[in-house]
Design a protein around this ligand. Structure first.
Ligand code: HEC
Ligand code: HEC
Length: 480
């Protein structure tokens, strides 16, 4: 079975080398020497950062260009070609109107083409989905769901259940996340990885069955119904060629191979992971950022401003893999309730992410209620609905949320009888799960926001450099 890439966290580790010192020196002299050496090293590092930033502001260029390792581009395998045909096949849906591409449109970063918070599907195309449609791009390195640090590193230890992992995690303090040292937080015993906003499936193949049979999505009906359609599809010959004619006598195998083919398509087709944004070109020293985008990049990385890179990692890995703009971890940000979701008319209904309602295995781990996965920000400017409930439709609103959630909450949440309904999409008993420690969320009402209005505009300009399809030849970097 295909392995979908390891977690990238290990690549962040081991960056710091300690300075050696003489074995003859007395302990106190050694300590003094070590701390002087350490202070000198810190000063040198700070000087380097300042020099880099001055260079970045002056030229818009990357002071330390890298060579990015992109996935190899090869012609699609026969399996992936078959997957592509299935991905765009509307006849598989109950209504005959919806293919995967209807919600995951290649022209919109494989996300929803419309402005709606959630998609409409089901037998007559009027049933509302429960969550914003995520982009299908850049999932090829998504690690499987786990609770704890990268588990692939110690794969010879016995596997433990999620409940056991969650139990262990409660005994360990969580490191705050800062943009300058994201590798510290990679060690946190927190939920990470998996697909969907709540990580409830591990692989792209397992995943495709979800929307296909989901009654409010493609509503394809039963396995035999889908198998019959596959056997009569224009691409049925490809099944025969790949698996032999006997495939048509086993409905479950046929559908499962179809889902595998769709997964192969997403993994093989370069359009799902081109890594060719302006920012990628910048990382490689092949493009400059505009002064505004450059300021945005610095604010994105500044632990006292956006601190965005603490969770949306923006450095290439040690072996040159392009940054994915996610640490794959789960957080409760407490985004406002979205009245556009019909289910929310019921005041008792809450989408709690990791602890339900769409997964039930972590239901009793109430410390995770309200948590959703950190999405990649690649191509985020092509999206029309933001956060798991699609409550926002403009990046401006998202940036206002980050800046004002704690400092001016009355601008973010409804006010009822003079009381701000802060964290109104998380039941009161779980509000302590909401992140109030990582900047920019570590402020109090009335304090100045971590991000000024200008900083927010700058960060949006930076986010626009994450859109794929940048052609460096059309916009040559300025002369030095
Ligand atoms: C009616 C709209 C709709 C259709 C059609 C649809 N999806 Fe989705 N898809 C969604 C929504 C909504 C989610 C997020 C659901 C959640 O998190 O609970 C999602 C999530 C996913 C994810 C996980 C993405 C991530 O970031 O973790 C994958 C992969 C995916 N869909 C693939 C497919 C495939 C393959 C098909 C066709 C077989 C398909 N989808 C059809 C709406 C749709
Ligand atoms: C503590 C970790 C953390 C920090 C810091 C953080 N984010 Fe996020 N970000 C998340 C999580 C988690 C989500 C999804 C939350 C949800 O849907 O409920 C998210 C969602 C987003 C989205 C929506 C993407 C989509 O496709 O729906 C954008 C845009 C975004 N973040 C930008 C930023 C910016 C800009 C900053 C800095 C100002 C930032 N984030 C700081 C964790 C973080």
């Amino acid at each position: 079975m295909q392995r979908f890439g390891n977690a990238i966290f290990c690549a962040w580790l081991g960056a710091m080398a300690l300075v050696g010192h003489s074995a003859q020196a007395s302990p106190s002299a050694t300590d003094a020497l070590a701390s002087t050496t350490q202070a000198a090293a810190n000063q040198a590092a700070a000087d380097q950062v300042a020099a880099d930033q001055a260079y970045e502001r002056r030229t818009g260029m990357n002071p330390h260009p890298v060579v990015l390792q992109r996935p190899a581009v090869a012609p699609l395998s026969a399996m992936a070609e078959l997957g592509r045909a299935i991905f765009f096949d509307k006849t598989l849906s109950g209504s005959g109107q919806l293919s995967c591409a209807s919600c995951h449109d290649p022209n919109h970063a494989y996300g929803l083409p419309s402005d709606a918070s959630v998609a409409l599907g089901g037998p007559t195309g009027v049933s509302q989905g429960a969550r914003a449609v995520p982009s299908l791009m850049y999932l090829e390195r998504q690690p499987p769901f786990s609770i704890g640090p990268d588990s692939s590193a110690d794969s010879d230890t016995a596997p433990v259940s999620l409940t056991q992992q969650a139990g262990q995690a409660t005994t360990v303090a969580r490191q705050d996340k800062t943009a300058t040292a994201p590798q510290q937080a990679a060690q946190n015993l927190v939920p990470q990885g998996g697909l969907f906003w709540d990580g409830r499936v591990n692989t792209l193949q397992d995943q495709a069955g979800g929307p296909l049979f989901n009654p409010v999505e493609m509503d394809a009906g039963s396995v035999p119904v889908v198998a019959k359609k596959l056997a009569q599809a224009p691409y049925a010959g490809a099944f025969r060629q790949l698996f032999g004619a006997s495939i048509f006598s086993n409905d479950h195998l046929l559908v499962s191979e179809a889902l595998f083919a769709v997964a192969r398509y997403q993994i093989e087709a370069p359009s799902f992971h081109p890594y060719n944004s302006q920012f990628d070109a910048w990382l490689e020293g092949k493009a400059a950022l505009s002064p505004q985008a450059m300021r945005g990049y610095l604010a994105f990385n500044d632990p006292h401003k956006g601190n965005c890179a603490a969770c949306h990692l923006d450095q290439p890995t040690a072996d040159g893999l392009p940054p994915l703009f996610t640490d794959h971890q789960y957080e409760a940000l407490g985004v406002p309730r979205n009245p556009a979701i019909a289910a929310n008319a019921d005041a008792q209904y809450f989408d709690l992410g990791l602890c339900g309602p769409f997964r039930s295995d972590l239901k009793s781990q109430t410390q995770y209620c309200g948590m959703f996965v950190t999405p990649s920000l690649r191509n985020v400017a092509l999206r029309h609905a933001f956060f798991h409930n699609g409550v926002y439709h403009h990046l401006r609103e998202v940036l206002d949320f980050y800046a004002l959630r704690d400092t001016q909450p009355e601008k973010i949440y409804p006010v009822r009888h003079g009381i701000v309904q802060k964290f109104n999409d998380v039941p009161a008993k779980y509000r302590e799960n909401v992140d109030v420690v990582d900047a920019p969320f570590n402020r109090q009402a009335g304090q100045p926001p971590a991000l000024s209005a200008a900083d927010r505009q700058d960060i949006i300009a930076f986010l626009r450099t994450l859109t794929d399809g940048y052609a460096p030849s059309k916009a040559a970097p300025p002369l030095p």
